[in-house]
Design a protein around this ligand. Sequence first.
Ligand code: NAP
Length: 283
Amino acid sequence: MQHVTLNNGVEMPILGFGVYQIPAEQTEQAVSQALAVGYRLLDTAAAYGNEEAVGRAVRASGIPREELFVTTKLWVQDAPAQENTRRAFETSLHKLGLDHVDLYLMHQPFGDVYGQWRAMEELNREGLARAIGVANFYPDRLLDLVFNNEIPPAVNQIETHPFFQRTAYQDLMRDHGVQHQSWGGFAEGKNGLFTHPVLSGIGEAHGRSVAQVVLRWLIQRGVVTIPKSVNPDRMAQNLDVFDFELTGGQMAEIAALETGTTQFFDHHDPEMVAWLSKRRLAG
Ligand code: NAP
């Protein structure tokens, strides 16, 4: 497994396993299978409702804790944010059955972001979260956070796939020491990704699937990626991307697929801001 080094020296696998939209009752099995085929980075969130199942699979695996990299995420908190953030973190840790996480992300750029971030800084200083970062932050918000806090985010997890590539944003993040992490690397199959002629053609040239081409493209860009699958064959296929290389020409062919827009949602859209801001998690 290839790793990236975060801005505080923490090593993070470049490829991991995402569990969004895996129902809680299927998650333990899926994560157990993912660990068995070799994944060591697990990406969950309080909002996914499956942290307990992730924790059960981790314990059942018997894999030493230091070999795993576990990420979870903070949902938007009510005021007072600092107090509620610590409480939310403790709930996540308890559900996971762990004594620390490797990465704690602020899931959305909403609410009292600064109160939330200050609490996350404390958790980081106490060693409860080895690294802290954000998700879904656009450049303006990210730089505000970088310049006006003591601990800059180590990671920004954002929608990134062949139709929304974020290349200029990746350069900006690199300039500020923020690691780019992709969510929805396959765009969840939207826009015909898995049968796209350009991606299929590149796959044929290497004897690889479209999924493997996309993951390889992200890895060659230095983007951390966390594909989700509930199918053990696909889990294994998605991990098997370290023994071939896309050419410069193939990277350029994929670069040309950029549409410049989201396949999911825009965090500047007032309706989306309202919807995400009003959502509260039970327990
Ligand atoms: P994704 O990884 O882009 O796509 C998952 C879809 O691709 C599933 O339908 C899966 O089906 C299919 N798939 C997986 N491997 C395949 C293969 N080799 N061939 C064909 N189909 C394949 O979607 P995602 O789950 O939205 O994103 C990945 C992770 O990013 C999430 O699980 C989550 O951890 C994270 N995420 C974060 C945010 C955020 O706001 N921070 C938002 C969304 C996602 P099967 O399961 O049937 O294989």
